[in-house]
Design a protein around this ligand. Structure first.
Ligand code: SF4
Length: 236
């Protein structure tokens, strides 16, 4: 089956939530301001770092920031969002763009009988041939090192560019901190199996609820607990 990594991530957190969202296509509440801000900063990343004959100036980028924020962030948070956006613009304009190989690079990767799609925020090629995949997040999150998305990027980069080595770097927009590391071969093999198992679970139609703390943030909490009341959970 062909599936995007973002859908696999949803399925991995809870197969039933995936079912409500993508099989039954139930509507979701409006995106949080934090998610809106994250997507605006990714837009700026692409705007500033995509190689161009005439790269944007700080003023160009700030104009774009203000127009992207308009109507999406409440008046009470606008000044804070502009301040943060200005900091991010200054940091991005300071980046060495000479080694950038790709920005917002979309790929499809065949894994067993599945085709998994994804998009890398940024890929750099260093002088020694090493590839660096940079994933931008709003905040620093060390827990992200264990994310299957990074394994998928590693596998995709290996199959597309065949580099001698692959470095993964998590970048925080807010603190401009970079956390770089390499995956062990065993982590790549194990992660690959997990990704294949997730896609196979969707293909089989296994949408068993996975209860956890995430249930309290779930937009389908009411329907799920009605359909699968706690007293019936031992039967699931
Ligand atoms: S309430 Fe919990 S178990 Fe039910 S769909 Fe949401 S996350 Fe899954």
């Amino acid at each position: 089956m062909k599936i995007s990594y973002s859908r696999l991530a949803e399925y991995s957190e809870c197969p039933r939530r995936y079912y409500y969202r993508y099989v039954e296509e139930r509507s979701l509440p409006k995106q949080s301001e934090e998610m809106v801000l994250g997507s605006i900063l990714h837009d700026l990343l692409k705007y500033i770092l995509t190689p161009a004959l005439l790269p944007p100036t700080f003023q160009d980028a700030e104009r774009r920031l203000r127009s992207l924020l308009s109507g999406k962030v409440g008046a009470e948070r606008m000044a804070e969002a502009i301040e943060l956006g200005r900091k991010v613009i200054a940091n991005l304009l300071n980046e060495d763009t000479s080694r950038i190989l790709a920005i917002e690079y979309s790929f499809s990767l065949a894994l067993s009988k599945h085709l998994v799609t994804g998009r890398m925020d940024r890929v750099d090629r260093h002088k020694d041939g090493e590839l660096e995949i940079l994933e931008y997040k709003l905040h620093s999150q060390r827990g992200w090192r264990d994310n299957l998305q990074l394994v998928l990027y590693h596998l995709a980069a290996e199959s597309i560019w065949h580099p001698p080595s692959i470095k993964l770097t998590l970048v925080s927009f807010i603190d401009n901190e970079k956390d770089s590391f390499y995956l062990k071969e065993s982590e790549v093999v194990e992660g690959r199996e997990k990704i294949i198992n997730l896609a196979s679970g969707i293909e089989r139609g296994d949408f068993t609820p996975l209860r956890g703390d995430h249930c309290f943030r779930c937009p389908f909490y009411t329907v799920c607990f009605k359909e699968f009341p706690p007293e019936r959970e031992s039967l699931l």
